[in-house]
Design a protein around this ligand. Sequence first.
Ligand code: FES
Ligand SMILES: [Fe+2]
Length: 361
Amino acid sequence: MRRNADFSNQFRMVGETLSMAPDVFLRDLWYMPALASSLRPGDMRREMLLGEPVLLGRMKDGALFAMRDICPHRGVPLSAGRIMPEGSVECPYHGWRFKGDGQCSKIPSLTGEETLDIQKIKVRSYPVREQDGLIWVYMAAKPGGAPKSEPPRAGSSHPMRWTETQTFRCGIDHAVIGLMDPAHGPYVHAHWWWKKTPRVKEKHYAPLPNGFVMTPHKPSKPVYSLLGDVTTEITFELPSTRFEIIRGKLFGLTFKVVGMTVCTPRDAETTDVIQTFWWPGWLNFIYPFFWTLGPTFIGDDRKIVELQREGLKFNPNLMLIQDSDQPAIWYHRVKKAWAESVENGTDFVNPVQERTLRWKS
Ligand code: FES
Ligand SMILES: [Fe+2]
């Protein structure tokens, strides 16, 4: 009985959520737009994030910075300027300079006799972190807002071994839902190395601070047998971070492989799906599998959302069903609760309850 009530409720809630303007991004969270290795000292470039042009760069001393890629003087993109040796960005139009925190440090046309206080001129800056070989940018609800948390950690002591980025032409919600959808596997990823005859699955889920986890279990896909006898645990936390933690023992040695997938919203209709893996060096024999199969696997998901776009442009009502769409339902609930907590300035209360889900895939 509860299930039915739950279902119809959710059905309406989700129907509205999916058909509303897709440009509502969650704030007060960290997003991951780029790998740390993609910015050498003295590099900078525009990175679109949540529909905002962000100038992401590294001063010559290696310090990372992120600021709005719009010169406050007359709007020229600062990314078209240059990084100066003393640690500032120079606008290409009139040469105004800005420090990494957005503070204006020089206006070349001033003679020194003016009353203008350049200390009052600032570009919006964004908190930025570099860890695990990744760059995280904090998108505050209020411009200039200080981070209320730190970005997620990969929790691996090994360097990043493999990464792949693909651009999905869809909003963040469809990218995220596609990632956590257990029922599409046999159709979208119908490769011999992934496919298995569909059977009933039963997986246990528990809440996490900002999301939920499919608790450790033995994976059924044949490709995991490369690693011997393993268990895997899959987490999801807002805004769009999924970790898969595979633990096992091979040749008498225990190991941990960590996979992270983030959906980074560039704008309302463009989302980068960035996947990264860490594992110990002695497991490097798995590299060729990632190198050959990884892009194909993510590409499967990318192609299906492009096809989905052909239907979504008519703004249809959509359905989420029990139990296979339950993770997607949780995603919407967690997202809604987060948006409300930011809006009202209240603590976030995770609506997810511990539960076992059953589906066939
Ligand atoms: S527009 Fe940037 S210095 Fe004038
Ligand atoms: Fe998929």
